[in-house]
Design a binder for this molecule. Structure first.
Ligand code: GLY
Length: 389
């Protein structure tokens, strides 16, 4: 029974699924989120950086533009979330420091500075005194420190908790079960829950379950093979008073480490990038390397209390650009493949999905995320192997 406001199933209750669900509900849709454990997974493990400049990489200029577009949306998103949930995601706007420990590290960063400049991102090399004035805990022997005022952060755990509350306020329904997609002659007709075995009809299904996409029946095979898991091991430590006021991203003898401070003294230290399938073990080597590099940059963290080591699986597309859009199956949208930028890209992704569901023109850049870019012969070949469920 088609209506002008379709009923939408969102498969996946991480930051992308929850932001999509909340956005659609605010625009008047009936929305149900399917996830066995919402607000956990990669969104829980993450650091919460809104850092398109700091995470920019050569050859990923279109991703950088999407990141900047989503960053622009964050102040309004944080405001609206606070209005609906009663608390916000602890958006911090002090900026980010890019630290190079050695001369070689500074060389790598200089090339990234050129990339930032080409995207119109302002950055400023600080004198030692300026760097120490901003962040007295920084090791005075760091080779160089660059300030990027436009890169921010949120507390990802406060964020997903706020999204859950905001969804509840907007009458989003939750089904704590894994869902597969039901199709009938090339059209998505709803979902089937795995544990309870229930069939639920929806006019639109949005698959937003990160690396779970590969295991979701009813999704075209070429799409299921388009994301791969990239493990990020990440630590949390705590000091009595905040050691840092702003995010620090450092290159330490060729290895990258970031430190994202919270107002309560917690510092998130991340993260590895490991391609070893669906393994979520935290290795001793990862803990060692992250702590080694973090304490080289901020020595007083040696006295911090160790709180937690965890790992999340980033869903990565071959080109590291997210997969957001229609899938070629009527009524079936995907929003996955956000790799390192799930938190950053959530507001932009939700706006694209909401526009596509409504039949409106999506925000600029959406054509670059069209998942159908992977339906070529290579993808089709893999699809034949994988289309079994
Ligand atoms: N955006 C941080 C990470 O993926 O580690």
């Amino acid at each position: 029974m088609p209506s002008s406001v379709p009923s939408v199933a969102v498969v996946g209750g991480g930051v992308i699924g929850l932001t999509v669900a909340w956005t659609l509900a605010r625009r008047g849709h009936r929305v149900t989120v399917y996830d066995p454990v919402p607000a956990r997974g990669a969104s829980w493990a993450a650091a919460g950086m809104l850092s398109p400049a700091g995470e920019a990489w050569f050859g990923e200029e279109s991703l950088l533009r999407l990141g900047l577009a989503s960053l622009d949306r964050w102040p309004a998103t944080a405001h609206d979330l606070e209005a609906d949930a009663g608390w916000g995601p602890e958006l911090r706007s002090e900026g980010t420091l890019l630290v190079a420990a050695t001369d070689d590290d500074a060389g790598t960063q200089a090339r990234l500075h050129a990339l930032m400049a080409s995207a119109g991102i302002t950055h400023r090399l600080l004198s030692r005194r300026e760097a120490r004035a901003l962040e007295p805990a920084l090791h005075p022997g760091m080779h160089s420190v660059t300030e990027v005022l436009s890169d921010h952060s949120v507390n990802n755990r406060t964020l997903v908790a706020a999204l859950l509350a905001a969804c509840a306020r907007r009458a989003v329904a939750f089904v704590e079960d894994t869902a597969d997609v039901m199709t009938d002659t090339g059209t998505a007709t709803g979902v089937r829950t795995r544990r309870a075995g229930r069939h639920r009809r929806h006019e639109v299904v949005v698959v937003a379950n990160g690396v779970g996409l590969a295991d979701t029946a009813g999704v075209p095979g070429w799409l299921r093979t388009a994301v791969r898991p990239v493990k990020g091991e990440i630590l949390r430590v705590r000091t009595d008073r905040p050691a840092l006021q702003r995010t620090v991203r450092a290159d330490v003898r060729g290895r990258a480490v970031y430190l994202v401070p919270r107002a309560d003294g917690e510092v998130v230290v991340g993260a590895t990038s490991v391609e070893r399938g669906y393994d979520t073990a935290v290795t001793a080597e990862a803990v060692h390397d992250l702590l080694h590099d973090a304490t080289e940059v901020v020595p007083e963290l040696r006295d911090a209390t160790f709180v937690e080591a965890t790992a999340g699986l980033r869903p990565a597309a071959p080109d590291h650009v997210p997969l957001v859009g229609w899938t070629g199956v009527d009524g079936l949208l995907v929003a996955s493949g956000h790799h390192r930028g799930g938190i950053l890209l959530a507001p932009w992704t939700a706006d694209v999905v909401a526009a596509l569901v409504a039949g409106d023109e999506p925000p600029a850049g959406w054509d670059t995320t069209d998942p159908r870019r992977f339906t070529g012969p290579a993808g089709a070949g893999l699809a034949d192997l994988q289309e079994t469920r």
